[in-house]
Design a protein around this ligand. Sequence first.
Ligand code: ZN
Length: 150
Amino acid sequence: MSSADLRDLYQQVIMDHNKKPRNFHEMDDANHFAHGNNPLCGDALVVYVKLTDGIIEDLSFQGSGCAISVASASLMTEALKGKTIEQAEHLYQQVHAQMTGEEFDANALGKLEVLSGVKEFPARVKCATLSWHTMHTAMDSDHDVSVTTE
Ligand code: ZN
């Protein structure tokens, strides 16, 4: 994908997912959840995970934040539903790597490659990674935890 195409797609996808976030609700039967805060921007999200036998049976989020934080969380919930913990952790690392300019596995990312558009806005990388850090923390813990970006 050319960088101009990627930039267009980035803007379209971010706008679409911000306007109509997918899986944007609380989850009563979540067995893992965490609060994520990005004080630099004011993004505050809760990520809910329902893990069954090592598989993400359901994933949702709630909260408020800028367009990038909401869109990234929305894309994440779509991408991770039905995945194993290992697959989710692998994707988390690839997403993080592509946004911070490290090497990553583009095949694994698929649709999430669009998030690499945030690299052009370094101040927003923490907005885009917030939900992913929060998901990672939630899966590691069986009680409510808080994550704050630095
Ligand atoms: Zn933000």
